[in-house]
Design a protein. Structure first.
Length: 500
């Protein structure tokens, strides 16, 4: 055994453990402040602003604002000046000249006349943030995810990372394209689109978004600033349904969207009638099909969109919803539909799906290399979830790769050759994908639920006899997927450790 190598690996493992401990300390400190304030939102607003300040401050800068902030906080022991005010002043100094800066230090939940206990909780949080190691951008994202899991309201504008990863890969944004998110929340889709398309430090992806919730809009600005990304989120919060954003010259190449599910009373009857709807007026009682139409309207002539929807949207039997579905399919705007596992969204019990829309499925001018006119790819990924903690499920990387590969192959000119090589094939008893035509969907009264078309899949509400052999095969397949996932994680961990 190489003792030096073993010692080095042991030190790296110890460092990784210490890093995880410090991040756990961060969640504990935030929760402690929240308990003092009686408000999770206010506590996380302070924590995120502290993380942002540290993330954007250059530690080698002689005028290090984070170091100045920490020193000022230590001096409040003598002056008892509100730490919240010191933080705002520090952000003003660091963000001077930033077009998004004013929304960062505008704190509507500013703590006035904090008690000694609150000051101490804030001071403790500063010390914990100062001690956090690793990439502060990742820590910022982890804090957002932690906030989403512990606070139901935050879940309205944070999309789980595995869901974001799948949607972005299905949309496949490329360098030089324009990407728009009309309900951008914390900016997760825009950030992931940049990462996906980045081929160099000079990626020219055009990022823009809009958001109606002011807290989410501010957090989105902070998230993008923490990652040093330029994006246009507008001058103020706006509702993209009632104030449609300009598509810009030629429209957007990619639209990524996770809107509020089953949004009631989203507009008055007069407002709905006054807005342009190419495929028909959506119902006032539910905004799902308003969002689908808005995503389509924002696209360039050869653009594509990935829209997260509740899975019942695939089989909505209400007259207006069914008619809009008929027109979406009839105009060849639906490229694919993917049903997702349950439990992916904290505080949301409704299963979700991804509508993949495409303005042009022809090979000559569209986004693929094969003409897919009058074809729709249906994917049932409802059984591909992986539980990581109690109550928390994700789409594992292996499943994301499998789903993406099917769509990429289906779009390519090699589809005829690759179709039979995909596992499992669409004709097998454990199939999870298939292709249909407009006539197929019309025959089932415009129901786009994948399980209704896939051989061996169980349609909604239909019982299926117990098949021990099929169950065993499924368990073996899931075990193989888990083992492959473990191997991937081991390799990723070794690579990370090798970087230290």
């Amino acid at each position: 055994m190489n003792i030096a190598r073993g010692t080095s690996a042991g030190l790296r493992n110890r460092d990784a453990t210490e890093q995880m401990r410090r991040r756990d300390d961060l969640w504990t400190a935030i929760d402690g402040l929240a308990d003092r304030l009686g408000a999770y939102k206010t506590a996380y607003q302070f924590a995120l602003r502290m993380l942002l300040l540290r993330a954007v401050t250059d530690p080698l800068d002689t005028d290090n604002v984070w170091a100045w902030f920490c020193q000022e906080v230590r001096e409040t022991l003598e002056t008892e000046a509100p730490i919240a005010g010191v933080l705002e002043h520090a952000l003003e100094r660091e963000m001077a000249g930033s077009t998004a800066g004013t929304v960062i230090w505008e704190m509507r939940d500013h703590i006035q006349r904090p008690s000694a206990e609150t000051q101490e909780a804030l001071r403790n949080l500063v010390g914990v943030v100062d001690a956090v190691d690793g990439d502060l951008r990742d820590v910022f994202e982890m804090a957002l995810e932690h906030y989403s899991r512990t606070n139901g309201e935050a879940g309205n504008y944070f999309t789980p990372r595995s869901v974001v990863s799948l949607a972005v890969r299905l949309a496949d944004p490329r360098d030089g394209e324009r990407v728009f998110d009309p309900a951008c929340g914390s900016g997760g889709f825009l950030l992931a689109a940049h990462r996906h398309a980045a081929t160099s430090a000079h990626t020219t992806l055009g990022l823009s978004g809009r958001e109606s919730n002011r807290d989410a809009w501010q957090i989105g600005q902070m998230n993008l600033l923490a990652h040093r990304l330029r994006a246009d989120l507008g001058e103020q919060p706006v509702d993209s349904l009632l104030e449609p954003a300009s598509t810009g010259e030629g429209g957007n190449h990619v639209v990524l969207l996770n809107p509020p599910f089953n949004q009631r009373g989203w507009a008055t009857d007069a407002e709905i009638k006054a807005l342009p709807w190419e495929l028909g007026h959506p119902p006032r009682s539910n905004a799902n099909f308003a969002w689908l139409q808005r995503a389509l309207a924002l696209l360039a002539p050869n653009g594509r969109a990935c829209v997260l929807m509740p899975d019942q949207s695939t089989r909505d039997s209400r007259t207006k919803a069914r008619e809009i579905t008929r027109r979406l399919v009839g105009t060849d705007a639906v490229e694919a539909l993917v049903t997702l596992p349950s439990g992916l969204f904290p505080h949301v019990r409704v299963p979700a799906c991804v509508w993949v829309l495409n303005k042009d499925k022809r090979s000559e001018t569209g986004s693929g290399s094969r003409d897919r006119h009058d074809e729709i790819l249906l994917v049932d990924a409802s059984g591909m979830g992986e539980q990581v903690t109690r109550g928390q499920w994700v789409i594992p990387e292996l499943a994301i790769e499998r789903i993406t590969r099917v769509l990429q192959s289906w779009r390519s000119h090699n589809w005829g050759r690759e179709r039979g090589e995909l596992e499992p094939s669409e004709a097998s008893t454990n199939a999870w994908w298939t292709t249909v035509t407009t006539s197929d969907v019309e025959a089932l009264e415009w129901d786009l639920t994948p399980s209704r078309y896939i051989p061996g899949s169980r349609p909604e509400g239909v019982s299926q006899p117990h098949d021990p052999d099929a169950e065993f095969d499924g368990l073996v397949r899931r075990l193989a997927e888990r083992m492959a996932r473990v191997h991937q994680l081991e390799q990723a961990l070794l690579e990370k450790l090798g970087e230290w």
